[in-house]
Design a protein around this ligand. Structure first.
Ligand code: ADP
Ligand code: MG
Length: 249
């Protein structure tokens, strides 16, 4: 049994079958990548996992508990965090304040944008936020305005905002999209270190095969809403069906 078990999940938008009988088993502590061409259903699947979309059929189990019928914040509290394709950060706040917000939310069970203004010297929360920033290599930027960060740093800040919640399952939607090669490599290295250091499982949706093959232990290929094949990176690389569906050969 994996920490995440998706069974026969289907989802239609009107007449369009975005997901058809999707099965996915993610082993605890692994890095599992989901790849596939545009429109394959990757984001739809992620939205089902975080409770933003309800599937028409099928089941989704996390650590033995069903996620179906739960609100996104409940799923988040169960230990699932998501890094969005476009960073969702607060530009007016400093870097450390951005990371402290989810800490307060976790502690208080409620999201308060200005929580940090009312409680001075929350030493423990500051320490947690600093540790998360250190994990993404951004501690020296702690007092910068988030709006002034580079694109890559904004994405790494959002990663820190997830890590500070100490998720058991981290979902990453194209974590290196829009990054130049050097920045991509830095993010790969950071994710590798985070995975080695923290007690965490990662599911990565990614277009960039360099990222996928650098990080993933298992790869699921989605095509037209259905899993085409699931295997190790070595086997995926040479798989004729994958080359045909994904690389257009
Ligand atoms: P991917 O992330 O793999 O590129 P998506 O999951 O975004 O694919 O989309 C799968 C299919 O479902 C696409 O054909 C897309 O146009 C369609 N789709 C996704 N979300 C919606 C929606 N909210 N309403 C209608 N169609 C959608
Ligand atoms: Mg997508």
């Amino acid at each position: 049994m994996g920490i995440l078990e998706v069974k026969n999940v289907s989802k239609s938008f009107g007449g369009l079958k975005a997901l058809r009988d999707v099965n996915l088993s993610v082993a605890e502590h692994s890095v599992h990548a989901i790849i596939g061409p545009n429109g394959a259903g990757k984001s739809t699947l992620l939205n089902v996992l975080v409770g933003k979309l309800v599937p028409d059929t099928g089941s989704v189990m996390f650590d033995g508990q069903s996620l179906l019928g739960r609100k996104p914040y409940e799923i988040n509290q169960m230990g699932i965090s998501r890094v969005f394709q476009t960073p969702e950060i607060f530009g007016d706040l400093t870097v450390i304040e951005n990371v402290m917000i989810p800490c307060f939310a976790k502690r208080d069970g409620v999201f308060r944008m200005h929580a940090f203004e009312t409680v001075e010297n929350e030493a423990e929360i500051v320490a947690q936020a600093e540790a998360a920033l250190a994990d993404v290599g951004m501690l020296e930027r702690r007092d910068m305005h988030a709006a002034a960060l580079s694109r890559g740093d904004k994405r790494r800040l959002e990663l820190a905002m997830c890590l500070v919640q100490e998720p058991r399952l981290l979902l990453l939607d194209e974590p290196t999209a829009g990054m130049a090669r050097a920045d991509t490599n830095r993010t790969i290295e950071l994710l590798r270190q985070i995975h080695a250091k923290r007690d965490i499982t990662m599911v990565i949706i990614e277009h960039d095969m360099h990222v996928v093959f650098s990080l993933a232990q298992r790869i699921t290929v989605l095509a037209q809403g259905a899993p085409l094949v699931e295997d190790t990176p070595e086997n995926i690389k040479g798989h004729p069906k994958v080359r045909e569906a994904y690389l257009g050969e």
